[in-house]
Design a protein around this ligand. Structure first.
Ligand code: COA
Length: 346
């Protein structure tokens, strides 16, 4: 095992979103809803839907390769691939193993992380631990989802919310100052069934009956989830900032899980934090679960919202109920920023 290091930095980032756009007006033709209701309750105007040949693995691989290219690395430089997802291609093998094959990496260990919408942040925390302990030098952390395959497009309370996509970062060991400053992770199983997908697991295996009753689709108690989300995001974010030895006023940009604009605004209000320093792209992607934070991070960088030395707070919340937050100082060098700009956002 190599010498443990303290510095864990984001050296690469990238995202991918499928080209097919599902607008609110398209949903108006599928369920009893309307654009005004969806925008006023969620802030979402459109979301991306994977094409017939796209899967979580294929989207994750594109985002992963973009992150590796931004870092100025080759696929074989990666020691570990961590994929946060709740929509794996298969129950087994892991989707991370398929991503390893797709990106042409011959040497990394690869595994999936199951923490729903917090999957990317949990993956980041895990990658951080591997690097800080000296077990890995470069870790590819991906969040990717094909939620459209788990969405009941006859249920207006859920089908308006979700979308597909992928985002990734490369975490690298370095002794330079900055990088990851504080991490908080929580799990509160008291809300385990607020957002869940009952069918297809070992407790309720897929049968013709379970399929006919729609157990293979996501179910959600929206109002309860909303309240838990605001409360938990706030406490998790605050804890990560505190662990970094900082104050919320030291944060330059918050990149929150993009579930719903009202949740994000309520979070900012509860923390007395200005919305001008919060990045929001939920209007164009909906809730892409584990993909949402890295997709938002890539777009925030592309939009010029992140510069060297900035202190970023990423915070997520999801089924479990899981929550996680990362406080970090952005240290990417100008060459990486130029490579990312050449690749473009999602
Ligand atoms: N279009 C039109 N009306 C709709 C609708 C839709 N898509 N979905 C629900 N409604 C109706 C309901 O049937 C209800 O009608 P009723 O009063 O006649 O019974 C009414 O709108 C209010 O429903 P309610 O569920 O109380 O709305 P809400 O203000 O709580 O908004 C959500 C619903 C889902 C947008 C909101 O609860 C939410 O965002 N929750 C969090 C979801 C989330 O982010 N989950 C993932 C977390 S990781």
């Amino acid at each position: 095992m190599a010498r443990p290091v303290t510095g864990v930095h984001v050296t690469g980032w990238g995202a991918y979103a499928p080209s097919l756009v599902l607008r609110n007006v398209d949903l108006e033709r599928m369920v009893d809803t309307n654009d005004e209701w969806i925008v006023s309750r969620t802030g979402i105007s459109e979301r991306r839907i994977a094409g017939p040949d796209e899967t979580t693995a294929s989207m994750a691989a594109v985002a992963g390769l973009r992150a590796i290219a931004t870092a100025g690395l080759q696929p074989d430089d990666i020691d570990l691939i961590l994929l946060g997802t709740l929509s794996p291609d298969y129950v087994m093998p892991s989707t991370a193993a398929l991503v390893k094959e797709a990106i042409g990496n011959k040497r990394a260990a690869a595994m999936d992380l199951y923490a729903a919408c917090s999957g990317f942040v949990y993956g980041y925390a895990t990658g951080h631990a591997y690097i800080a302990s000296g077990m890995a030098k470069h870790v590819l952390v991906i969040g990717a989802e094909t939620l459209s395959r788990y969405t009941d497009f006859s249920d207006r309370s859920t089908c308006i919310l979700f979308g597909d996509g992928a985002g990734a970062v490369v975490l690298s060991a370095s002794d330079e100052p900055g990088g990851t400053l504080g991490i908080e992770m929580t799990t509160d199983p008291s809300g385990a069934y607020l957002i869940w997908l009952p069918g297809g697991g070992a407790a309720r295996p897929a049968t013709a009956t379970s399929h006919a009753s729609g157990e293979h689709y996501m179910k959600m108690k929206g109002t309860e989830t909303f309240k838990m989300a605001v409360r938990t995001l706030g406490s998790t974010a605050t804890a990560a900032v505190k662990k970094a030895g900082l104050d919320l006023s030291d944060v330059d940009l918050v990149v929150p899980h993009q579930a719903n604009n009202r949740i994000i605004e309520a979070l900012a209000k509860s923390l007395d934090f200005p919305m001008a320093k919060v990045f929001v792209n939920v209007q164009r992607y909906g809730n892409t679960s584990a993909a949402s934070v890295p997709l938002a991070l890539s777009e925030a960088v592309a939009a010029g919202r992140v510069k060297k030395g900035d202190r970023l707070l990423m915070v997520a919340f999801g089924s479990g109920l899981t929550s996680g937050a990362i406080m970090l100082q952005w240290t990417a060098d100008p060459a990486a920023m130029a490579r990312a700009a050449a690749i473009g956002p999602a």
